[in-house]
Write a protein that binds this ligand. Structure first.
Ligand code: NAP
Length: 261
């Protein structure tokens, strides 16, 4: 049986997206499990979503590519007929971390394409369908929502991956723009800013972050973040716990953003 609510989670095959997909499935959302290349991992997540009693639909789509974005949204509606939550989670760091003075345009275009252009235009496609869905729904029906997973890199300078920081800072304005534009349709938009989360993305820098977190206390809450921490924040949004908030930034970072003296 198909559950009433449908979530599309980009980059749901691994890491944070996986944690979000499983949190949503546990609360009865059917989930479109988007991935770029790793089909086996996406199918594993789909199996776990189904084990939780929801339906899953794995869809390969590179969010930096226009045709793939269109197919991803079309597939969502073909399979489930509706979209209640878009989670723009997929992201990637530069292939090589290069100092600002050495960075090249190819990496800039790739990084901005995946982390900013992709979510910007995927949100546009989803928002058009959501508006039509709202207009066709009975009064008082729950409204669709949009979540963007940005990063502490939206405001923290890492001079060896400037293109990633720029993309994440741009996502903050994406949220502000869409929150302002979609409020009249009752569609709330939220930015979730994870801190340092244990995933494949942070695998290569694990030892350095171990020291920063556990020994130097870079996060007042002295532990690594887990994908489930982000999943819970998304769930709070999905469950309508923040109905009078839009354009809101939710830090899921163990207090990294706090200034202390
Ligand atoms: P991850 O473990 O590297 O997983 C990345 C996910 O995104 C995978 O599912 C991957 O699919 C997918 N993906 C990558 N490029 C894609 C593309 N072009 N189109 C569609 N899907 C694509 O990363 P993560 O740590 O979970 O990060 C998830 C999000 O959180 C990213 O936006 C990241 O910037 C953000 N974030 C992470 C941290 C952290 O500490 N980990 C902190 C702050 C923010 P495949 O499996 O097919 O490759």
């Amino acid at each position: 049986m198909t559950a009433a609510r449908v979530a599309l989670v980009t980059g749901a095959s691994r890491g944070i997206g996986r944690g979000i997909a499983l949190a949503l499935a546990g609360a009865g959302h059917d989930v479109v499990v988007n991935y770029a290349n790793n089909r086996a991992a996406a199918e594993e997540v789909a199996g776990l979503v189904e084990a939780a009693g929801a339906s899953a639909h794995p869809v390969r789509a590179d969010i930096s590519v226009a045709e793939d974005r269109a197919r991803l949204v079309a597939e969502t509606f073909r399979r489930f007929g509706r979209l209640d939550l878009l989670v723009n989670n997929a992201g990637a760091g530069p292939r090589q971390r290069l100092d600002l003075l050495d960075a090249d345009e190819e990496s800039f275009d790739r990084t901005l394409g995946i982390n900013l252009k992709g979510p910007y235009f995927l949100t546009q496609l989803a928002a058009r369908r959501m508006i039509a869905q709202v207009e066709a729904a009975p009064a008082g029906a729950p409204r669709p929502k949009i979540v963007v997973i940005s990063s502490i890199s939206a405001y923290t300078a890492s001079t060896n991956r400037g293109e990633y920081c720029l993309a994440k800072a741009g996502l903050s304005m994406l949220v502000t723009l869409y929150a302002a534009r979609l409020a009249e349709h009752g569609i709330n938009v939220y930015e979730i800013r994870p801190g340092i989360i244990a995933t494949d993305m942070t695998g290569p820098v694990r030892e350095r972050y171990d020291e920063l977190i556990l020994e130097r206390g870079i996060t007042p809450i002295r532990r690594w973040g887990q994908p489930e921490d982000v999943g819970r924040a998304v769930l709070a949004i999905a469950e309508e716990l923040l109905p009078f908030s839009t354009g809101q930034v939710i830090d899921v970072d163990g207090g990294f953003h706090l200034r202390t003296l």
